[in-house]
Design a binder for this molecule. Structure first.
Ligand code: B16
Ligand code: MG
Length: 212
């Protein structure tokens, strides 16, 4: 086996929360009178909540205080968490679950490396609350992707050397974070076009070809 563990990004890899992020940021932007669309939303992929807010506020003519920004981030997150209640095990694609089961059957340790502070809530909504061996997420990091911290912590929690881990990511910032951590990476979705990953996946099940 080339790897002893795989560290998965959550949003955009295991499941899709993009639309809920979009709806929640859009509601905030509309309330503040700031233009926001799907193209801007795409720039928020893999980016931390506060860094996302800064991107949303780029088009604002008003300069807000740090206290106001913290309140905006909380307002967005409260709406986002309400929307996440719509998620269920039906939001976990059978191909994803079957591939995860096959990777575990090969003896690989499986972890999460996500920027999200809502990771555990999302995993429980889609029926994977107890599935992963270890979780490194927005609650245990101080620096956001492309900094490697989230993946280095993930490897440490899995008790593996970084070089023994493969990262699966849908964001360019996540691929850069994996490389900075000294890990190979597999790009899926939007991250494929950056051309920086060790592997490019057409579909999630292609991952099985990367680990043999
Ligand atoms: P939260 P990932 C990221 O998750 C999302 O892609 C990104 O859009 C979001 O801003 C970030 O989590 C923080 O999420 O507000 O829930 O803490 O792709 O790293 O799994
Ligand atoms: Mg992602």
């Amino acid at each position: 086996m080339k790897y002893q563990g795989i560290i998965f990004d959550l949003d955009g890899v295991i499941c899709s929360t993009d639309h809920y992020h979009y709806l929640a940021w859009k509601a905030l932007a509309d309330r503040l009178g700031i233009y926001f669309d799907e193209t801007i939303n795409n720039r928020l992929r893999g980016v931390s909540r506060m860094a996302s807010l800064e991107i949303v506020l780029e088009r604002s003519t008003v300069v807000y205080t740090e206290e106001e920004k913290a309140a905006f981030a909380e307002e967005k997150n409260n709406l986002y968490r309400e929307l996440l209640k719509n998620m269920s095990p039906a939001d976990l694609a059978p191909e994803v679950k079957e591939t995860l089961d096959a990777l575990r059957a090969e003896g690989l340790k499986l972890g999460i490396g996500s920027s999200s502070k809502n990771t555990k809530f999302i995993l429980s909504q889609i029926g994977l609350g107890d599935f992963f061996d270890k979780i490194s997420d927005g609650t245990n990091i101080t620096r956001s992707k492309p900094d490697p911290e989230v993946f280095l912590k993930g490897a440490e929690y899995l008790e593996l050397a970084p070089a023994a881990c493969l990262v699966v990511e849908d964001a360019k910032a996540g691929i850069e974070a994996a490389t900075a951590a000294g890990m190979d990476s597999a790009a899926i979705g939007d991250a494929v076009k950056c051309g920086l990953a060790t592997y490019n996946l057409t579909r999630f099940a292609d991952l099985l070809n990367c680990v043999d």
